[in-house]
Every structure is written in structure tokens, then in C-alpha cells.
Design a protein around this ligand. Structure first.
Ligand code: FCB
Length: 442
């Protein structure tokens, strides 16, 4: 285990913005008009887990839609200066063309309260969920459907833009389809780049706040370092999930293997910052159909007893990846660790902030950091992974900050930290036990 107690002191640049992130569907509860809610009701959703040991519907999630006033106080009490949240399109437009004004008023009240508490708000306009009716029309896979998104944004933006300090049009579309979708995913990726650009230019009509789309920055790594095919497939994985996105936004050129490249001037330069979501390193094994290989075991975080959440912690990846993004300012819009043992979260946080500081020293203009997530929440199919700085009681929804939440408050207050700060919140380093058989992916 890394010796976080010996980390050298670091101070972040003046004005560095510290916050946390959530997404509507994961915390609000009763998001009944969304496609995600509908999927969670279908037997198909539980086919690999009929006993529902892992999978669960989102239900009340964290009951945040009801408890949002208290949550604003919680965010402020933890010293956060910024908060990244998403607005649920399916609440605002539950039926095609029908606007729910009470839902608009709800979000305006939430935004107003955050701003009144001095919190700078970053809003994500599409964080994986959308109205069921939009899904039934083919969602973003049909190029023509972008007009529905445009109509929604045209309705919403003037009502909220005065509260917003930063924008994400879409969350993480760069990784949709994964590694094995092949050429069939290219039209969707091209569409998404255009929809991002549409959102970017529309927001510009209402807001001076910076705009981007959050990018899942996966650090791909060859399973066998000297194996040419592993190296090539790693480069392929990196291009099809990371570089195609950067390249398109920088140049307007939409490039994907095995399809004719296209040029779209609207896409070129359609960003004001790089919005980076960074978690772990992923191994690429060219000899596996799925390409996705087991991580190095000796560095795996012991998180929760679920094979797909045994990840390898790799803070250095943050430095290596950010060095590719020197042409615009950067905000880390997600970075976090799911574990039942909060000590791992403290270690993860300290190491990643230390790496982030090194990226800044190397000249990357990082302006802020949003920890994922403010509180334990619904992780798309399950409640088991707990990413929160704050625990949420699944029955009473009572919020209880964890030691990591208090450490983070201290870091924010000092705009930096050292190994000695960490020591005050962590009496001893957790040990990384060898992975149990359930942790093996192969
Ligand atoms: C990201 C998602 C976010 C959350 C974290 C753990 O990919 O944007 O909603 O699920 O992973």
C-alpha cells in the first residue's frame, strides 16, 4: 500500500475550485418518466441476477428530490465550493412537448439555494437518462431526433442559465459501446459529437459560463508490455474512446476506424474546457474477445464483493492523461472510489490529489476538482458500490459524513494538504489483501 503519510505538502493554485458531483437519476428517486426507470422494472434487467443480489431498481435512490434543501446545507457544511449536478429531462418533459412547470420550479429553487450558499454550480444536461418517449423514438441513435433535445434545451436554458457556472452537455458519450462495438458504433459517436456541438452553440446564446461534455478518460494499458498486438489494441482502444473525441473537438474532423471521415465545422472548437472523469487503469489483452483483461492484482482496491468493481488504482494515469490536454483549461468533473472501507477512499483521494498537483506543476491548467460522489447513491444497476463522502441510510435516508468527507473539507479549507493532514483522518493504512477468487475477472 502506498505510504500516503509521507506525501509532500501541496498547495493548489489560488482560486482552485473544490466540489463534488452527482447525477439526478442516481440520487433523486422516483424518476418514473425516464427510460432508466422503465428498464429497471423489466425482468430482462434482472436476467443475470434473478435473485437480485446485486441488481436493484433505483426506487427512492437517496430521496434527494424531497430532501434537496437539506442536501444544499450538507454540501455547504462540508465546505464544498462547487457542485456538479444533472437535470432530469424526463421530469421537465415527461410527455413529448408537455412541460412540467413544477419540475422547472424545483430545479430553479435548488439552483437558487446553491448559489445563495456561495456554491458554483456545474450542470450536466444529459447524464445517461432521458424521457422514455425519447428513448422509444430511437433516442440519439437517430440523427433527426436531435431536434427534440434542441427544443428541450431552448425551453430550459433561459430559465436556469443565470445560476450556472459551468456546463456539461452530455456525460461520457465517448465510452458508449465499449471496446467491442466495432464499426457499428461510429454513427452514434458522430451523432453525439454533433449533438454536443449543438448544445455548445445553443448554451452560448444564453450563458457566458464555460461549456464542455464530460469525458470518461480511461487509461488503457497493454496487458503484456512488449507484445506488439497488445500495444496496437491499446492504441486502438485509446483512439476509439479517447482520441477520436479530442481530435474531433480540436479539428472538426470526425474520425473512426473503418468509416469514411467527416468534417463538421460546428464541432471544431466547440469546447471551453476539458471535462475529465478519471477513475482507474484498464488492461487491454489482444487475445481476449472483449479485450478487457484482469487488472494487476497487487494494486487492486478492495472495494466491495463484486468482481466488476475490483479495479486497479492508478493515480499516475491522471498525470499522463492530463498532459494530453494542454490546449484548454481542465476541470476534473469526476474522480472517486467505491469501497465499504472508507480508509481506501482517503488513500485514493490523497494519491489522486497528489497526482493532480503534479499535473499542474507540469503545466496543465487544472482549475477545479469534483469528487464523485457527494453521497452513496444508485450506481445505475445497484446500490452496492459506495462512492460517497457521505453515507446514506437506505431506510431513513439520513446522511452521515464519513471521515473522508471531513478530510476533504480540511483539504478545501487549506487549498492543499500533506501526509500529516491525511494522518489526522486515518489512524493506520489499510492493507490490500490478495484478491479473493470472486475478484478474478478471468
Ligand atoms: C461514471 C458516471 C457516474 C458514476 C461513476 C461511478 O462513469 O458518469 O454517473 O456512475 O462513473
Amino acid at each position: 500500500m502506498y505510504d500516503v503519510f509521507s506525501l509532500p505538502p501541496v498547495t493548489f493554485p489560488k482560486g482552485f475550485l473544490w466540489g463534488s458531483a452527482t447525477a439526478g437519476h442516481q440520487i433523486e428517486g422516483d424518476n418514473v418518466h425516464s427510460q432508466a426507470w422503465q428498464n429497471e422494472q423489466s425482468p430482462e434487467f434482472y436476467k443475470d441476477d434473478p435473485e437480485r443480489r446485486v441488481r436493484a431498481p433505483s426506487g427512492k435512490a437517496c430521496d434527494h428530490y424531497r430532501l434537496y434543501r437539506e442536501d444544499v446545507e450538507l454540501i455547504a457544511g462540508l465546505g464544498h465550493q462547487a457542485y456538479r449536478m444533472s437535470i432530469e429531462w424526463s421530469r421537465i418533459e415527461p410527455d413529448q412537448g408537455q412541460w412540467d412547470h413544477a419540475a422547472v420550479a424545483h430545479y430553479v429553487d435548488l439552483l437558487e439555494r446553491l448559489v445563495a450558499r456561495g456554491i458554483r454550480v456545474f450542470v450536466t444536461l444529459h447524464h445517461f437518462t432521458h424521457p422514455l418517449w425519447f428513448d422509444q423514438l430511437g433516442a440519439f441513435a437517430k440523427a433527426d431526433n436531435r431536434r427534440y433535445f434542441e427544443r428541450y434545451l431552448t425551453f430550459l436554458l433561459p430559465k436556469i442559465s443565470s445560476y450556472v457556472s459551468g456546463w456539461n452537455v452530455i456525460n461520457e458519450f465517448n465510452q458508449w459501446g465499449g471496446l467491442t462495438a466495432g464499426v457499428s458504433i461510429a454513427p452514434l459517436k458522430f451523432n453525439m459529437l454533433r449533438i454536443h456541438a449543438l448544445g455548445y452553440h445553443l448554451i452560448k446564446q444564453y450563458s457566458r459560463a464555460p461549456v464542455s461534455s464530460a469525458h470518461a478518460f480511461i487509461h488503457w494499458f497493454p496487458r503484456r508490455f512488449n507484445d506488439t498486438l497488445d500495444q496496437r489494441m491499446t492504441a486502438f482502444a485509446d483512439f476509439t474512446t479517447n482520441e477520436f473525441f479530442f481530435h474531433a473537438l480540436r479539428t472538426g474532423e470526425l474520425v473512426y476506424p473503418n468509416v469514411d471521415a467527416e468534417y463538421d465545422p460546428e464541432v471544431k472548437g466547440a469546447l471551453d474546457f476539458w471535462s475529465v472523469n478519471y477513475y482507474t487503469r484498464h488492461m487491454v489483452d489482444a487475445r481476449l474477445a472483449k479485450l478487457d483483461a484482469p487488472r494487476f492484482r497487487h494494486k487492486q482496491l478492495r472495494m466491495i464483493p463484486m468482481p466488476f468493481y475490483l479495479e486497479e488504482m492508478y493515480p499516475e494515469g491522471l498525470i499522463a492523461n492530463l498532459e494530453r490536454l494542454r490546449d484548454y483549461p481542465v476541470y476534473i468533473t469526476e474522480n472517486g472510489c467505491c469501497c465499504d472501507d472508507d480508509r481506501f477512499r482517503i488513500v485514493y483521494l490523497a494519491l489522486h490529489l497528489s497526482a493532480l498537483h503534479e499535473a499542474i506543476e507540469r503545466g496543465v491548467e487544472v482549475r477545479g476538482y469534483f469528487y464523485w460522489s457527494l453521497m452513496d447513491n444508485y450506481e445505475w444497476t445497484t446500490f452496492l458500490p459506495r462512492f460517497g463522502l457521505v453515507a446514506v441510510d437506505p431506510h431513513t435516508y439520513q446522511r452521515t459524513p464519513k471521515p473522508s468527507g471531513w478530510l476533504y473539507r480540511e483539504i478545501i479549507g487549506a487549498n492543499g494538504f500533506s501526509g500529516a493532514t491525511v494522518r489526522r483522518f486515518l489512524s493506520e493504512l489499510p492493507t490490500l489483501p490478495l484478491s479473493e477468487p470472486h475478484g478474478q475477472r478471468d
